[in-house]
Every structure is written in structure tokens, then in C-alpha cells.
Design a protein around this ligand. Structure first.
Ligand code: PMP
Length: 357
């Protein structure tokens, strides 16, 4: 019998653990793209009702929320998949599509989970650099597709740069990607988009045999703590992704809270419009401060391309009571949060602009 350390997969040991945005001991937590509003009316009651069934397993088929989303999107229930957050779905689609020797193409910088979830099943990362103005380079992404590519991830608005892919760009891209390669359009921040030229998964559903659109209740709906995300796409692809899920991980609480939130579409729209208007006002103020390098934001967050000086900039935000998130060595992502945070944000950004020239 041999002795020694337990043999674990070297590629897993080499991975950094998932990093969460920092909490704010005091001041404003603008580090996780969360929603500053309380849950929508009816949500707490729905969660309370679900709590009475805590001794039971949740209904894994999630029939009510699935049927409701199918109706909202004008698709069949088997064209909807729900899970404990869209990050769970990203993992499920990766497991369903890509294994050892297969390639996963995504832009960089983009959502930090993409490289991580590519490594888990032993697939190969193909990170395509963003353009100089922090946007997806869809031509380069299409050109990076080989006969080993099994999955392409497009993130619009892109976390962390807040740039959006246009509908025309996306359709041109889809025309170039072979129909046997799965494309996942991650639209976690779609509700905040106001630019009519931006891609919108709602207009794409049913048009491509290889496209899945991902949405979440974590951002606009403010249910980050409950974990509820969904995907819309062809039934056969979703069926494969269902088999790679962690069984029973989607709680009744999340399902019921999602339904209650969908009942409050008007309030949701008003809240989203409020945040989008604040985002645009902050962006205009930043331009006046001389921040011409900041890309126009489409999500509920702004990207400061502070490069090598990002740690310094983060510290200036912190001194102004703002916890933002650094993506070293590229920049800082700042969530648009409470109205009361704006004054501090702009005081900090002004100081950084002056300090950095
Ligand atoms: N996609 C993107 C682009 C994100 O930024 C996030 C959250 N940070 C997610 C997916 C995952 O969201 P959730 O798992 O909370 O639905």
C-alpha cells in the first residue's frame, strides 16, 4: 500500500477559488452588481409560505415558474430551463457540451466564471481579447472557432466592461458560427439595456438551432440571495443540460419568489428605469470629469479602465466610502447603487481623474 497526499486533479488544484465582491463594513457596497432595492412586494410572503415546507424537498421540475416563463417568452415549457442561478446553468451547459480536448471560446475580459467552468470538465480555454474600446471582438471570436469548439459564450452587457453587443453584430456572428456549436448568450443584465441597437435575446428565440439565452433574477429582480436563473433555447439542448444539474438544488423559495416578482412587472420596470437613469447620469458626469476612456455602460455598472493603477484607484474609492471591485491589472467595476452613493462615487472619480491626469 502506498501512502502520501491524496491524488487530486492538478488542473483543479491550480485554479483560484471563485472570488466574491467585497462587503462594505461601512459606506456603500458597489462591488457585486447587486440591486439596491428591497425585494419586490409579495416576495417575502412567498418566501415565508415556502418556508413552511422546509422539511420537504423542493419540486425539482419547477413546473409553475417554468410554465410562467414559457408564457412570458412565447415558447414551450421544454424550451425553458431553470436552476439555482444562471451560474449553475453556465456550468450545466459547459458540462453538457465540452469535455477533455474540446474548446470553449469566450471574450476577455468577461465574466470570471467562464475560464473557471471551462477547466472543471477538462476543456480548453480560448480567450479572445476584447477590442481596445472594451467590447467583444465578435469577428475574432468567430475566427477562433475550430472543429474542436463546442461552446461559445457571448456576454451582453459584458461583465465587467458594461459594453453591449449590437443585434446586427450578433446576427453576423451567428451566421459565421457552425450550427453544431452551442452559443450561449449570457444576458444577466439585459433588463438595464436601453439602447435599441443592442442585442436582445427575446428577438432571437426560435431563430437558431444552437442558441441558448440566459437570464437571471439576481440583478434587476434583486433576488441574488435566493439563486434563480433561467435559459431559453431548443428543447434537446436544454434536456442535455438538465441531466448535468445538481439534483434538487433549486429551492421552492427561489421558485416562489420568482413567480411573485413576475407578478410585479410594473414596479420592476420603474426600478430598472431608475437605475438605468442613474447610470446614464453618472456616465455623463464622468465624461465631464474627463473620463473619456470609460465605455458607455449598458448594465447596472460602470467600467473604469484604470489599468496598472487600479489598486490605487480602488483605495481612493474606499476612502470615499465606496467599495468597488478591482480586476487587476485592467480596471475597476463599480455598481450603480443607491441614489445616496452617487455623490461619493463622483467625488472619488474626480479625485482619481486628477491624480492620474
Ligand atoms: N452572468 C453574468 C455575466 C454575471 O455577471 C453573473 C453574476 N455576477 C451571472 C451570470 C450569474 O448570476 P446568478 O448566478 O446570480 O444568476
Amino acid at each position: 500500500m502506498t501512502t502520501g497526499p491524496v491524488k487530486l486533479r492538478p488542473e483543479i488544484l491550480a485554479l483560484p477559488a471563485y472570488r466574491q465582491g467585497l462587503a462594505a463594513p461601512e459606506g456603500f457596497k458597489l462591488s457585486s452588481n447587486e440591486n439596491p432595492f428591497d425585494p419586490l412586494p409579495g416576495v417575502l410572503e412567498a418566501v415565508d409560505a415556502a418556508s413552511r415546507r422546509l422539511h420537504r424537498y423542493p419540486d425539482a421540475a419547477a413546473p409553475e415558474i417554468t410554465a410562467r416563463l414559457a408564457a412570458e417568452w412565447g415558447v414551450e415549457p421544454d424550451e425553458v430551463i431553470v436552476a439555482a442561478g444562471s451560474v449553475a446553468l453556465l456550468m450545466q451547459f459547459t458540462l453538457a457540451a465540452a469535455g477533455h480536448g474540446d474548446e470553449v471560446v469566450y471574450s476577455w475580459r468577461s465574466f470570471e466564471v467562464y475560464p473557471w467552468m471551462t477547466v472543471l470538465p477538462g476543456a480548453t480555454k480560448v480567450a479572445v481579447p476584447n477590442t481596445a474600446d472594451h467590447r467583444h471582438d465578435l469577428d475574432a471570436m468567430a475566427a477562433a472557432v475550430t472543429d474542436r469548439t463546442r461552446l461559445v459564450l457571448v456576454c451582453s452587457p459584458n461583465n465587467p466592461t458594461s459594453t453591449a453587443v449590437t443585434a446586427a453584430e450578433f446576427e453576423g456572428f451567428m451566421a459565421k458560427v457552425p450550427a453544431d456549436v452551442l452559443v450561449v448568450l449570457d444576458e444577466a443584465y439585459a433588463e438595464f439595456v436601453t439602447d435599441p441597437a443592442a442585442v436582445n435575446g427575446r428577438t432571437l428565440v426560435g431563430r437558431y438551432p444552437n442558441l441558448v439565452v440566459l437570464r437571471t433574477f439576481s440583478k434587476a429582480y434583486g433576488l441574488a440571495g435566493l439563486r434563480l436563473g433561467y435559459g431559453i433555447g431548443p428543447a434537446e439542448i436544454l434536456a442535455a443540460a438538465r441531466t448535468t444539474s445538481v439534483p434538487l438544488s433549486l429551492t421552492d423559495h427561489a421558485q416562489m419568489a420568482g413567480l411573485a416578482s413576475l407578478d410585479r412587472a410594473d414596479e420592476l420596470r420603474a426600478r430598472v428605469a431608475d437605475i438605468a437613469a442613474r447610470r446614464d447620469a453618472v456616465y455623463e458626469a464622468l465624461l465631464e470629469q474627463g473620463w473619456s476612456s470609460i465605455p458607455r455602460p449598458h448594465g447596472n455598472f460602470v467600467w473604469f479602465p484604470t489599468g496598472e493603477r487600479s489598486a490605487e484607484a480602488l483605495e481612493i474609492f474606499r476612502r470615499h466610502g465606496i467599495v468597488a471591485r478591482a480586476y487587476l491589472p485592467d480596471g475597476i467595476r463599480l455598481t450603480i447603487g443607491e441614489a445616496e452613493s452617487v455623490e461619493n462615487v463622483l467625488a472619488a472619480s474626480d479625485e482619481i481623474a486628477r491624480a492620474f491626469g
